[in-house]
Write a protein that binds this ligand. Structure first.
Ligand SMILES: CC(C)(COP(=O)(O)OP(=O)(O)OC[C@H]1O[C@@H](n2cnc3c(N)ncnc32)[C@H](O)[C@@H]1OP(=O)(O)O)[C@@H](O)C(=O)NCCC(=O)NCCS
Length: 169
């Protein structure tokens, strides 16, 4: 049985693991190894995740984890980008655990926080163009495509386009 809860410091290693493995599994075919390693090093290192687990505000509501028998099998989080508008900033699963409803449970937990604690009435998410795991998931959860925008990274040649999706809550 998979349970969702706010992440604690003891979950930091598991969050780093699912984000790193999830990132590789999602983008291996799309981006250079150099780019993937740079993103993982910047965002999914344990020091940064610990800080992000310990901080919670409107702008960053903290990490949520999906736990199976105490093991982290998914992680995600978001925050408010304006008065009544929330955004999902990160959502990754253990690549062996896709399609079991764990992503939906994490999305629901983050969404409940944004609605109940922060008054969100709508929600955004950015998904990389070509991410054939993320796009069908958000579309199944009633996000609607709005626009695309380039993602600029100084250290890579990868031309990365991010798709903006939106839904009413
Ligand atoms: C996106 C992700 C979090 C979805 O989590 P998940 O647990 O696999 O998704 P769920 O099992 O909750 O699926 C929910 C719905 O999305 C649909 N769906 C999910 N993945 C899909 C896919 N690859 N193709 C088609 N439909 C898909 C399911 O059919 C389901 O719809 P239903 O309940 O109406 O039948 C997960 O696939 C993942 O971690 N992907 C890699 C990382 C990523 O892309 N993250 C998002 C970047 S912001």
């Amino acid at each position: 049985m998979v349970f969702i809860q706010k992440a604690q410091p003891e979950h930091v290693k598991g969050i780093a693991r699912v984000c790193t493995e999830g990132y590789w599994a999602t983008y291996d075919e799309m981006y250079s190894a150099e780019y993937i390693n740079a993103v993982i090093k910047e965002f999914y290192n344990e020091q940064r995740i610990l800080k992000e687990v310990e901080s919670s505000s409107r702008e960053w509501g903290g990490y949520f984890v999906a736990l199976d028998n105490g093991e982290v099998v998914g992680a995600g989080g978001g925050g408010m980008i304006s008065e009544k508008v929330g955004e999902i900033f990160v959502l990754y699963l253990d690549p062996d655990r896709l399609g079991e409803g764990v992503g939906t449970k994490l999305l629901e937990a983050i969404t409940r926080q944004q609605k109940e604690e922060f008054g969100a009435q709508e929600q955004w998410v950015s998904v990389a163009k070509g991410n054939e795991k993320g796009i069908p998931f958000y579309e199944a959860r009633e996000f609607i495509y709005q626009s695309e925008r380039p993602v600029y990274r100084s250290n890579a040649d990868d031309k990365i386009i991010s798709l903006r999706y939106w839904r009413k809550l």
